[in-house]
Design a protein around this ligand. Structure first.
Ligand code: NAD
Length: 460
């Protein structure tokens, strides 16, 4: 599961050789380190008007070195482009070129983040269509807003050195310093979003409270993680526990041993349970209540693949993938939301996949199940909002786990290079996105699917 090519080009001679041969030159990504600063240098806020001023001021609260001019700033840790008041495509030229002029100053692992408004009815990503507004926008305004998406996604592909570019979309009525906007900005500036690039987070509301302690955003919360015995699920459980949550880890009885070891490590409750059990939701609730009194966060991570071309697909392969990846999530959510289910401001995070967005040869069953998750999350959002909570999905691209280690070596080598960061993600990259969506930092973010894929270059 190690990426030996990345190891090789991380050495001086290896990098020089790859450069001479025109080969990809992935670098080690800047990941969260509580001892390191939030961003690796000054934060330049570009954009005129009160919105840019208010954001610049808000960032000072995080002890960032905030600049309004690039001159004299040296290597920049991040550039924020505030475009919340665009009214016509012509308005994008000056800020776009101003961004271009400073990109060479961006430090390795740096960040570009746009703050703009969505074009209602148009998906910023296939997976996160923004709701249609009651009053349609003038075409020029919608064009300008959507133009930001094209700009940002292309910038993300032009960046090197492990830098990323993402955007925050403010729904109408959401101001530039609403809690959810600051929460999204912090996630996207930080090393927690290392493998997220070319993506947009829509903040649809102004309610919610940011975590009091950014290192313990789940303090006092109880979380259950399914499929937690290994891979991404085990890392999600570790990351949520490190963020202060008390955890219930769930996996099939056959994975009882590694599950018990993880539970030991995290002082968590281990629950041997197949998520396709008809009482799975109730059993998870009961286990959490018995030990901790309540359950606030559920991460539907358990998932399987049974790949075959559709022409060769059999009933068992189709049915088992749909049952574990989608139908179990639907049934469990019904039970979790019935009567006295989840606690206050509940948060559900579901694992989707970029295969569910772009499709993937040999994965009709898997892609159908993961696309179904994306649809389910969008439709269930109002149910969660009514309880002050939220449901969102994370769609990983290529992540280095036992699941992807089964892909034949040559295909695996190609698959992990085909994104803007030229490498596979690590389970921790997915876990950090799950943590963000499970915490108060994601205030006002509901019904969305966040891709953690290093900006896949093919398909999606
Ligand atoms: P994995 O196969 O390494 O781990 C999956 C875990 O889920 C295992 O511990 C397994 O025992 C458990 N599980 C399977 N069926 C279960 C059931 N019926 N009840 C309870 N537990 C069950 O997979 P992973 O790579 O860690 O993937 C985790 C999630 O992320 C899955 O939903 C997967 O589809 C999704 N995902 C992974 C990738 C990737 O590149 N690895 C990409 C996109 C999406």
């Amino acid at each position: 599961m190690t990426d030996t090519y990345l190891d090789l080009v991380s050495t001086g001679p290896g990098a020089a050789l790859a450069g001479r041969l025109g080969l990809p030159r992935p670098v080690r990504l800047r990941r969260h380190d509580p001892a390191a600063p939030l961003v690796p240098g000054p934060v330049l806020v570009l954009g005129r008007g009160p919105d840019a001023d208010r954001i610049a001021e808000a960032l000072l609260d995080w002890d960032l070195d905030v600049r309004r001019r690039a001159e004299g700033a040296g290597r920049l840790g991040a550039v924020l482009l505030v475009l919340a008041d665009l009214e016509a495509p012509g308005g994008l030229q000056e800020p776009a070129l101003a961004l271009g002029a400073v990109l060479r100053q961006l430090a390795p692992g740096g960040r570009v983040v746009t703050v703009s408004r969505p074009a209602p009815g148009v998906g910023a990503g296939a997976a996160s269509a923004t709701p249609a507004a009651a009053e349609p926008l003038p075409p020029a305004v919608a064009a300008a807003r959507q133009a930001v998406v094209g700009l940002l996604r292309s910038v993300a592909q032009e960046l090197r050195g492990g830098a990323t570019a993402n955007g925050v979309l403010l729904a109408d009525g959401v101001g530039p310093t609403a809690p959810g906007v600051l929460g999204a900005l912090r996630f996207l500036l930080s090393g927690r979003s290392a493998f997220v690039s070319g993506q947009f987070v829509t903040v649809g509301g102004t309610t919610g409270t940011l975590p009091a302690d950014w290192e313990a955003p789940l303090a006092g919360r109880v979380a259950a993680v399914t499929g937690a015995a290994r891979g991404i699920g085990a890392q999600i459980a570790r990351t949520l526990a490190a963020a202060g949550a008390r955890v219930v880890v769930v996996d099939v009885p056959a994975a009882g041993e590694p599950l018990a070891a993880l539970a030991n490590e995290l002082h968590a409750v281990a629950l041997q349970l197949d998520v396709t059990d008809e009482h799975a939701g109730r059993r998870v609730l009961a286990a959490a209540r018995e030990r901790f009194g309540h359950l606030d966060v559920v991460v539907h991570n358990a998932g399987i693949t049974r790949d075959k071309l559709l022409a060769n697909m059999d009933e068992a392969r189709w049915a088992s993938v749909l049952a574990v990846n989608l139908e179990a999530q639907l049934r469990m959510n019904e039970q979790l939301l019935a009567g006295e289910g989840l606690g206050e401001a509940p948060r559900i995070v579901c694992l989707a996949s970029t295969s569910g967005i772009a499709g993937n040869r040999g994965q009709t069953n898997y892609a159908a199940s993961k696309a179904g998750v994306i649809g389910m999350v969008a439709a269930a959002a109002p149910l969660l909002a009514a309880r002050g909570g939220a449901i969102n999905a994370v769609a990983p691209g290529f992540v280095e786990t036992e699941m992807t280690a089964r892909i034949p070596a040559a295909r695996r080598q190609v698959a992990r290079r085909l994104n803007a960061l030229q490498q596979g993600g690590l389970p921790v990259d997915v876990a950090e996105a799950v943590l963000y969506l499970a915490s108060g930092a994601a205030a006002g973010v509901n019904g969305q699917t966040l891709r953690v894929c290093g900006q896949n270059l093919v398909g999606a």
